[in-house]
Design a binder for this molecule. Structure first.
Ligand code: NI
Length: 267
């Protein structure tokens, strides 16, 4: 896993030739993941409009038209996604996404178990999507979508707590824990924003301001797309099923990306 920043470790999102999903119609840069954030206290939206305006203005000239993440940054691809290693809260075993999630689509959600309402709402949505997509694909015998919760509050979210937490939402939901550094590394790969609120030195009583985003990754481990708080379970399910079909029919992220590279000799 050398080659930091480009190549196999990090994947770029390639918008499909005909945007269909409807979930991400507006051009969204990865920096705006910061804006899909809420504070745990009442979970109010966090907006920094002026910064967004400047970031968007700066990016405008560089590239337009993608219906997902901006995929180019100076010197290479924007990096969203990539493999990471944490610990499975239920089994206590090392969980390596490169090994343990390959061959299956997964929904990743980064949050914390003390979150008063946003995380529970989002995880309920994820569970609904898992049930809906499993049901829809049952006849084809396809593997089910894997729901994964990753803590961004390793200080309080220990194995026992996270194992019990994910069980509340879905029997197949995987809960991942780890050290501050390991959880931070995973969050960084997905550009997840999180920050303790209130007294930074508090050890027990605090909330965590964090991005509210659910990421879809494909059986190759490639980041496919993301869904925000306002996308309904039905919309997410529909989009996931479309991406699963695309992948089955050879129109997955890696295939589309490879086709693009072949088309543009200058790239
Ligand atoms: Ni939360």
């Amino acid at each position: 896993m050398g080659n930091m920043g480009t190549g196999a470790m990090t994947r770029a999102y390639a918008s499909s030739p005909s945007p269909r999903a409807g979930a991400n119609k507006a051009p969204v840069g990865w920096l705006s993941l910061l804006l899909v954030s809420a504070t745990g206290a009442g979970c109010l939206y966090f907006y920094d409009a002026e910064r967004a305006r400047r970031v968007n203005a700066a990016r405008e000239g560089r590239r337009r038209g993608d219906n997902g993440f901006q995929t180019r940054v100076a010197g290479g691809r924007a990096s969203v996604g990539g493999d990471f290693t944490l610990v499975d809260a239920k089994t206590g075993k090392r969980f390596d996404t490169a090994k343990d999630l390959r061959g299956r689509f997964a929904l990743l959600y980064f949050g914390f178990t003390h979150c008063p309402d946003v995380c529970p709402d989002e995880l309920e949505k994820v569970a609904e999507v898992v049930n809906a997509t499993t049901e829809a694909r049952r006849a084809s015998g396809a593997t089910a979508l894997v729901p994964v919760f990753i803590t961004i509050d390793p200080q309080r979210d220990d194995r026992k707590r996270v194992a019990a937490y994910v069980e509340e939402f879905h029997p197949t939901m995987i809960g991942l824990v780890g050290s501050e550094k390991a959880c931070g590394d995973a969050a960084r790969k997905y550009r997840v924003y999180y920050r303790k609120t209130g007294d930074e030195r508090a050890t027990e009583d605090y909330l965590v301001d964090h991005s509210i985003i659910t990421y879809l990754i494909d059986p190759n481990g490639d980041f496919v797309t993301f869904y925000g708080k306002n996308t309904t379970a039905e919309e997410v399910s529909r989009s996931v099923l479309e991406h699963m079909r695309d992948f089955d029919e050879g129109r997955g992220v890696a295939a589309v990306e490879a086709a693009k590279e072949n088309q543009s000799p200058g790239a």
